[in-house]
Design a protein around this ligand. Structure first.
Ligand code: GLN
Length: 197
């Protein structure tokens, strides 16, 4: 199994470390041909406007779309924005992959200083660990999931006020926060179960 991490901008190195810690072969992906023979792809957090703009320049939009129609893709934070079919507060002309039936609100929790950490209840993680304590989640200028727009989108986790922050639709996974920024690898292990072999 080889899992790629889109390495155009953002904290792709943290995802790679996490995957390597799980014994998974990884590849940094910047160009269309680097998607070949991959079994899954993670789109990291960073700045979705930059990721989108550079992906367009590298002629990656269509290849990424095709990849996500068949294989497992997980977007964290900026990556979740890029993965979504619809997003609010995005920059005019900001490219989206339009793969996952969710509406995302960008920069939903205020400015950088309003970043926060919270323990989230994620029942789906019981598939990869017997004990399922709250998942310590880091939100950095994070987006929220305004709505899930198809019946097959599963809400994986919400904040106490009901704000949706993690969802799954078939082979696609979106998290508003950064599971690569702590020592807990349960989300990465959940993603690996979504990869068909
Ligand atoms: N605010 C960023 C954006 O709009 C996302 C921040 C992050 O990925 N931590 O792309």
């Amino acid at each position: 199994m080889i899992v790629g991490v889109l390495a155009i901008q953002g904290d792709f190195g943290e995802h790679i470390k996490m995957l390597q810690g799980l014994g998974v072969e990884t590849r940094e992906v910047r160009l269309p041909e680097e998607l070949e023979n991959l079994d899954g792809l993670i789109i990291p957090g960073g700045e979705s406007t930059t990721i989108g703009k550079l992906a367009k320049e590298y002629k990656m939009i269509e290849p990424l779309r095709k990849f996500g129609e068949e294989k497992a893709v997980w977007g964290t934070c900026a990556g979740a924005i890029f993965l979504s079919k619809d997003a609010t507060r995005v920059k005019t002309g900001q490219p989206l992959l339009k793969l996952m039936d969710i509406t995302i609100q960008r920069n939903a929790f205020g400015r950088q200083v309003n970043s926060f950490e919270v323990g989230l209840d994620v029942p789906a993680l019981s598939a990869v660990s017997e004990e399922n304590p709250p998942f310590d989640s880091v939100f950095i200028r994070a987006p929220l999931i305004e709505s899930v727009d198809a019946e097959d989108v599963e809400i994986l986790s919400s904040l106490e006020d009901g704000t949706i922050v993690a969802a799954k639709q078939g082979n696609l996974l979106a998290t508003s926060f950064h599971p690569e920024l702590n020592d807990d690898d349960r989300f990465h292990r959940l993603f690996l179960t979504m990869i068909k072999k």
